[in-house]
Design a protein around this ligand. Structure first.
Ligand code: GN1
Ligand code: MG
Length: 370
């Protein structure tokens, strides 16, 4: 179906002027639509939910409805109390017949959300002030959802951040796919990554076991808080919103904390080919943690804090493992432009994981002092 016809199904004010692809997501298809009439303009974000990644798009939309119903009144109350600091969250734009999404003739689910205006999501950290704001935005988001009971939300992707499950998928692809075994057999780099994984098998269970023991408890998490999902106000430079809310669901806030840091503290980004450029930046880490703890201190327990270092180390390992597994499986999950891209993404994350490991004492010291 034509994008302009799709827009017409929704209750968007004004006439469509332009609709263009937007963002750098690895999963959903995202477009920015600008609609105008004589006296005003509305910019909205149209997305097709990737059914390959989100097996139940309706659950995603139900979650988004629950999340916004919970968070928007809290945001409004905050604004009433202090108009100097405005936090935002996108809003669902319904279809003309009052639904939260539209299903097309192929069974694809489309939805529209409002765009956070006058704000930018950067693809990499712009400096310590930016990193601090990113931390504050994530901390504030966790505060917003800290009283949303996890049992009220559905799991957007089964076992999305359960690292041992990715180990299992990796083992399965090696067991079941001769071409995956061949890749490891013929590429030295792939073999090196497989050894890297073997050396960290036990470690992969760290957060799950802490949850089983009851040291950590299930809360609401964002699920994908990388740097370009954090919006910064163009005028004030202050963080204003978390976007990309599809993965919000029950989990450990630790994965979010680690995921944000692994993306913010790596200047080289996820696609770097020169591994020597991939390191974990301590100044950005310190700034992020300050911003995060400013907002999150209230609900983080001592036990939570004890696992923060492991979280940073684990998420770079987990993401590297996910990229590598997808490479071995023939690139079926993450979008790619060339066949070795997921292999290279895995190399970057594992190098970052090594950098984090080599800075363990410094990172732990920092986390204790804050
Ligand atoms: C995917 O689509 P995007 O870029 O927002 C992935 C995240 C990864 C990220 C790495 C649902 O997010 O978990 O951290 O790529 N999202 C999903 O770039 O798998
Ligand atoms: Mg995402």
């Amino acid at each position: 179906m034509e994008l302009s016809l799709l827009i017409n199904r929704f209750d968007v004010q004004g006439h469509l002027v332009v609709i263009n692809p937007m963002g750098e997501g690895n999963v959903n298809d995202t477009f920015l639509a600008v609609c105008r009439n004589t006296f005003d303009e509305h910019q909205v974000v149209l997305q097709r939910i990737n059914r390959n990644v989100f097996p139940d798009p309706y659950a995603i939309m139900q979650n988004l409805r629950r999340l916004t119903a919970h968070a928007h009144p809290k945001l409004a109350a905050e604004e009433a109390a202090n108009a100097d600091r405005i936090w935002q969250m996108p809003m669902i734009v319904q279809t003309k017949d009052g639904k939260d999404f539209f299903t097309d003739e192929n069974g694809d689910v489309w939805r529209i959300i409002t765009r956070i205006p006058s704000a930018t999501a950067f693809n990499s950290a712009q400096g310590t002030e930016h990193a601090l704001e990113c931390g504050a935005v994530l901390g504030h988001f966790h505060w917003l959802v800290s009283d949303l009971p996890p049992e009220q939300m559905r799991e957007p992707i089964p076992d999305f951040h359960v690292t041992p499950v990715y180990l299992q998928k990796y083992d399965e692809v090696l067991r079941d796919s001769p071409s995956a075994r061949e890749r490891i057999g013929t590429s030295m780099e792939a073999r090196r990554l497989s050894i890297f994984i073997e050396q960290r098998r036990e470690f992969a269970f760290t957060l799950c076991r802490a949850l089983e023991r009851g040291d950590l408890k299930l809360r609401m998490m964002h699920g994908d808080p990388k740097v370009n999902n954090i919006m910064i106000d163009n005028f004030t430079g202050k963080g204003t919103a978390m976007i990309d809310l599809d993965t919000v669901g029950p989990g450990l806030v630790h994965y979010d904390f680690g995921d944000a840091l692994r993306s913010i503290c790596n200047h080289a980004g996820e696609e770097e080919l020169n591994l020597s450029k991939v390191t974990f930046d301590m100044d950005l880490c310190e700034a992020f943690c300050k911003g995060y703890l400013r907002e999150a201190r209230e609900f983080l327990t001592e036990a939570d804090r004890a696992y923060l270092f492991d979280a940073i180390r684990l998420i770079s390992f987990e993401l590297g493992l996910r990229f590598f597994q997808d490479y071995l499986a023939g690139n079926v999950y993450f979008k790619t432009h060339e066949p070795e891209q997921n292999l290279n993404r895995a190399r970057v994350q594992f190098r970052l994981c090594e950098s984090i490991e080599s800075k363990e004492r410094m990172i732990r010291g920092l986390l204790e002092k804050l």
